[in-house]
Design a protein around this ligand. Structure first.
Ligand SMILES: [Zn+2]
Length: 117
């Protein structure tokens, strides 16, 4: 389950919510204004994940193409224009394979390292 950061454009309050609902109405915890966000259909990529120097095993991440470059996205930021990635790692297309890999649409042959902030 992915954690989504939502930023209210009225009061700039930032909230972290679990993206568990298909109903994408978010209420700001500060100013109580409500927004409905378009559902985005996201592809998944299956890869090994390394975080803080530890191999955490296989992980199913969101896959995003931005100007032709594939990215594994770990966190999204919700804005009123839609979701934008806040933590992502570019992938080498050489090691990225499209296909049917269980719950994933892509397989990545290389471990992906969670970026330090
Ligand atoms: Zn607000």
């Amino acid at each position: 389950m992915k954690v989504v950061k939502y930023r209210c454009s009225k009061c700039l309050n930032i909230m972290e919510v679990l993206d568990s609902s298909t109903d994408r109405t978010v209420e700001c915890t500060e100013c109580k204004s409500e927004f409905r966000l378009a559902q985005s259909i996201t592809k998944k990529v299956w890869h090994m994940l390394v975080k803080d120097g530890k191999n955490l095993g296989h992980h199913n991440s969101d896959l995003q193409y931005d100007e032709g470059i594939p990215y594994a996205v770990f966190e999204w930021l919700m804005t009123h224009e839609g979701e934008v990635p806040s933590v992502r790692v570019p992938l080498d297309p050489k090691y990225l394979h499209e296909g049917n890999f269980g719950k994933a649409d892509y397989l990545y042959e290389f471990p992906v390292v969670w970026p330090k902030r």
